[in-house]
Ligand binder design. Structure first.
Ligand SMILES: [Zn+2]
Length: 188
């Protein structure tokens, strides 16, 4: 699989089933990859993205978070990209929520899950090695857990039930045929 700037790894590429390695030295190359990750997330209008989806099996992900919303944000754009290097979930609320999730690596499908925690506390570093701890709630928490799964080689198709998986795979095949024909990536 090529790792060109902005290119996405698509299911069933084996890259998506790799357990990603911790990020070591934060070289310029790693930092450049981090900004490509965010640019690509924006390009596709996604709520999150993980490094293996761009061909690198390393523990790095980004989410386009609703929170924290800065009070001085006046342009109406309430979302903010947060990059996580070597992230770990340190705490979860006991409450799980129902979620409807799409995936950049499986374009054109949507699955229903009920395994995500509604509130999580996450520890990570940024691309310069500065550690931080943050609480994520609701949609942000769901997006983070989705991306965290990617770092452990787990896609939506590995966690949906058998019946839903069958339906979703059918849908995916149809959507890929359309995509190849029209060359238009479905919006997720
Ligand atoms: Zn995904």
């Amino acid at each position: 699989m090529t790792t060109n700037k902005g290119s996405l790894v698509l299911y069933p590429d084996e890259m998506l089933n790799k357990i990603c390695e911790p990020v070591g030295e934060l070289t310029e190359e790693v930092q450049e990859f981090a900004s490509n990750l965010i640019v690509t997330m924006y390009q596709f209008g996604a709520l999150g993205i993980a490094a293996p989806q761009m061909g690198k099996p390393i523990r790095m992900l980004a989410i386009n978070a609703l929170e924290p919303i800065s009070p001085e944000n006046k342009n109406g754009d309430k979302r903010k990209a947060i990059l996580f290097v070597n992230p770990e979930i340190t705490e979860t609320s006991g409450v799980k929520v129902k979620s409807q999730e799409a995936c950049l690596s499986i374009p054109g499908i949507m699955v229903n899950l009920s395994c995500r925690y509604n509130n999580i506390i996450v520890h990570a570093t940024d691309e310069y090695g500065k550690g931080f701890t943050t609480q994520l709630n609701g949609q942000d928490a769901v997006a983070f857990q989705h991306e965290m799964n990617h770092l452990d080689g787990v896609t939506l198709l590995d966690i949906v039930g058998k019946v839903q998986k069958k339906l979703v795979l059918k849908q995916y095949k149809r959507s890929m045929t359309k995509w190849v024909t029209s060359r238009v990536m479905p919006q997720v």
